[in-house]
Design a protein around this ligand. Structure first.
Ligand code: ADP
Ligand code: ZN
Length: 609
């Protein structure tokens, strides 16, 4: 039997309409086409293979690299009344046998399987005897050696095209760049497939970037202002800092847990579990955390330290707001971070070519941080997309920074760099500019230079900031071969600034950082929590809170994450519409036939109360 995709969307998932390019992709796959799907996190990739599998009859096989992810997806599907199971190394004995029986009996709609398990001869042989509707290769960037989570087993997945030439394959990833994309097509032999690229914009995420200045206070202010009861992730660069910040947040009354590779496995999985299965938990983590977590209502992601590239930053911030509700990202950055990351690159094992690339990536991120342009425009441009208008939902758009004409300051700085031989770092250059009497200045005779003491209108920390911005603009670059001294960037640019042909606009940044935060605090657009932003009256919010408590109780009874019962979006819609009958309830987005049957009555009762 076969069903129409839009029927499945409505009946099973309870959604009224497709999102983005879902419909196109699903039609293509239902008609036997192969595809590579590039969609940002939260774009709705799962439906692109789940619906075709349900429409076509037979069993859809989903290859997924992470056991935790599989478990959640299977749980969510079961809640929808879909016959799903996962085969992986984490199964208890006997369970694998039971699933294999179900496969043989044709009783599964969707089978999730880890690549190493799939590639075992027994599994491939078993599948050859079944009716398979499609293979979905999730997290397909794992096939790329260039990317960040290379999985050697993924390379062998090309065997699927040989052993199952008639079964269509669809590969999916949220990694956007062109080299990775081409590698996926080549390694998975998808040359005959269509490539579907969606915009990588995440319009519901609001980006904030602040110069680091008493970071704990900045974090606390951010949490208190918008995220008092929310779940979120706080990233730090080191394990020690993870522990320290988690401890401190707990003292401040937040439900905060640490997560890093140095913790015992038991502690780690317990903390991750709490994050997924409870409400309002904050995880403080190194970047190891987040991969394979599907939690849709992560309301904020904070970077206490700089990530190492825009790709990493975008991927990590992308873990916020999968459900499409308003979410925040906050990045705190400072010169020290950039210096630390730089020395990590220099001391690393990588070859020179790779190091060069890493330096460029770091420079791009540093430039992003100190730019006064719309954050989203800068980010999307980095990924090759054009956003013609500023977004209106980032700090640069909401609280434009004050800038000043820094041409003269830049000229003084450049001239100082030039006359001291393009080999000194910020500290010494600043000494010369403010006319300090240090041993080094005397040793090199720099007190005799015409630039000596010409920069007294700025303080040392302002000069440090000006130098940082000049580096971010590419007017000066840090010489990595020498001792990290500054030299001219592209000759054209630096010289035209010196000659007064090019104006330099600088932002009143570091030194004025607090002013900016005060401005943010005064801005009226938000108060308390993100839920309040969506539900704008107290009564709806009360109903939402009690529905949330009910959902948590049900989830605990079943030992599943609350969001597999209902998503926050669905819960909010219930709170606003307050349905009185099952029929009214069934009309709400995210409530399909199975969920209505299971939870309709309980939730109706709760609303009536
Ligand atoms: P991805 O795997 O691309 O990160 P998901 O498949 O997890 O994204 O979907 C992201 C969110 O969007 C989920 O909360 C999902 O339930 C929701 N969603 C997906 N498709 C639709 C749709 N057509 N209508 C409403 N919500 C949808
Ligand atoms: Zn913007």
């Amino acid at each position: 039997m076969s069903f129409a995709p839009s029927d499945v969307l409505r009946r099973v998932f309870g959604f009224e309409s497709f999102m983005g390019r879902q419909e196109e992709i699903i039609d293509h796959v239902v008609n036997g086409g192969e595809a590579l799907v590039l969609m940002p996190t939260g774009g709705g990739k799962s439906l692109c293979y789940q619906i075709p599998a349900l429409c076509k009859g037979g069993m859809g096989v989903v290859i997924s690299p992470l056991i935790a992810l599989m478990r959640d997806q299977v749980e969510a599907l079961k809640q929808l009344g879909v016959r799903a199971a996962a085969l992986n190394s984490a199964l208890e004995s006997g369970e694998a046998g039971r699933i294999i029986d179900q496969i043989k009996a044709g009783k599964l709609d969707l089978l999730y399987v880890a690549p190493e398990r799939l590639l075992m001869d027994g599994t491939l042989g078993l599948l050859e005897q079944c009716r398979i509707s499609l293979f979905a290769i999730d997290e397909a960037h794992c096939v790329s050696q260039w990317g960040h989570d290379f999985r050697p087993e993924y390379l062998q997945l090309s065997v699927l095209s040989e052993r199952f030439p008639k079964v269509p394959r669809i590969a999916l990833t949220a990694t956007a760049d062109v080299p990775t994309r081409n590698e996926i097509i080549k390694k998975l032999k998808l040359e005959n497939g269509r490539v579907f690229i969606s915009s990588f914009d995440r319009p519901n995420i609001r980006y904030h970037v602040l110069p680091k200045n008493k970071p704990r206070e900045q974090l606390l202010r951010f949490l208190k202002k918008d995220h008092a009861e929310d779940s979120g992730i706080v990233y730090c660069l080191s394990r020690a800092r993870v522990e320290e910040i988690a401890e401190w947040l707990s003292q401040q009354g937040f439900d905060a847990l640490p997560y890093h590779a140095g913790l015992a496995t038991g502690v780690r999985s317990r903390n991750q579990d709490r994050f997924i299965k409870d409400e309002g938990v904050i995880v403080v983590a190194t970047i190891a955390f987040g991969m394979g977590i599907d939690k849709p209502n992560v309301r904020f992601v904070v970077h206490m330290d700089m990530p190492k590239s825009i790709e990493a930053y975008y991927q990590e911030t992308g873990r916020a707001g999968r459900d499409g509700l308003p979410s925040d990202s906050l990045l705190l950055y400072g010169n020290e971070d950039v210096a630390k990351l730089r020395s990590m690159i220099e001391d690393g094992e990588a070859n020179e070519q790779r190091k060069q690339l890493e330096r460029r990536k770091l420079d791009a991120l540093a430039g992003y941080c100190s730019s006064s342009r719309c954050r989203r425009q800068t980010l999307l441009e980095y990924f090759g997309e054009v956003l013609s208008e500023p977004c209106g939902n980032c700090d640069s758009c909401l609280y434009p920074v004050d800038t000043f004409d820094g041409t003269v300051a830049a000229q003084k700085a450049l001239s100082c760099v030039y006359r001291t031989g393009q080999r000194f770092g910020t500290v010494h250059l600043t000494d010369v500019l403010v006319g300090a009497d240090t041993e080094r200045v005397r040793q090199f005779g720099h007190d005799k230079l015409p630039t000596y003491g010409v920069g007294k209108e700025f303080t040392r920390s302002q000069w440090r900031d000006i130098f940082r911005q000049l580096v971010a603009h590419g007017i000066l670059i840090t010489d990595m071969e020498g001792h990290g001294g500054l030299r001219f960037g592209s000759e054209d640019v630096s010289r035209s600034v010196l000659r007064g042909e090019k104006k330099v606009t600088l932002r009143e940044d570091m030194t004025f950082a607090l002013k900016r935060e005060v401005k943010e605090k005064r801005a009226k657009h938000s108060d308390g929590s993100k839920v309040k932003q969506v539900l704008d009256n107290a009564e709806d919010e009360n109903v939402f809170q009690s529905l949330r408590a009910l959902r948590l109780r049900i989830a605990k009874e079943q030992n599943v994450p609350p969001y597999v019962i209902f998503h926050d979006t669905t819960l909010m819609a219930i709170a606003q519409k307050r349905p009185r009958t099952l029929q009214e309830m069934g009309g709400i987005s995210g409530i399909g036939v199975a969920k209505l049957e299971r939870y309709g009555e309980v939730f109706l009762k709760a609303i009536a109360a």
